[in-house]
Design a protein around this ligand. Sequence first.
Ligand code: ZN
Length: 260
Amino acid sequence: MNKKINVTIWNEFYHERTRESVKKIYPDGIHGALRDKLSEFGEYNLTVLTQDMEEHGLTDEVLANTDVLIWWGHAKHHEVADSVVEKVKARVLDGMGFIALHSAHASKIFKSLMGTSCRVKWRENDEKERLWVIEPSHPIVKNVPEYIEIEEEETYGERFEIPTPDELIFVSWFKGGEVFRSGCTFKRGLGKIFYFRPGHEEYPIYYRDDIIRVIKNAIDWACPDGITKPTLGHVEPLEVVKDKFEGKSMEERTHANLGK
Ligand code: ZN
């Protein structure tokens, strides 16, 4: 039997406690809804963390034991400690999967991984969104229909200030005329990253089976199972070869190659 994937769901958990309309939709927080829906698959060890916890819950131990980290944030990005962002980034580079949901596009960690502003156009106007699958053979859209329709969502529009994605899985159309790259994959170091757009806090998006299916598939895709860690730095040759630095010190051996 396969080992269960360790999934950590991280949520800012601010709007659900401060705005009545959001509290009504997500009484247990967005993290609670994601945990409950993902638990139905019976395939994951699910941990939920919120920003107000010590170290935002992201201790060394939690990060070391996380295969895939899901991130939702919006109003409090700037209050996430830089030291924690650096630790999360190091884990992604080391192979941990990372799924950025909706307004996490502007989180410190996503911006740091992308290296760009990650800004978008936006408008909150209850407009219809249609997400088109444009890479049907990709594992993230396994058992997902040709398109997903959301009757009311916040609108995002291009340009989305990200580097060119490795793969573009979804493109959204919005009733007001905008289009948006709503499902994008990236690799950073050994880590796989998926950005998925739906999930504005004023709509019950994370109770939808189709949206959860995409997130489930993204977890399975981003999980670092089976990665062989590469050897980095100075190594001995695999074949018998003449050593041009024979008898020389390591300093002489490396003087022309500092930093590799
Ligand atoms: Zn939003």
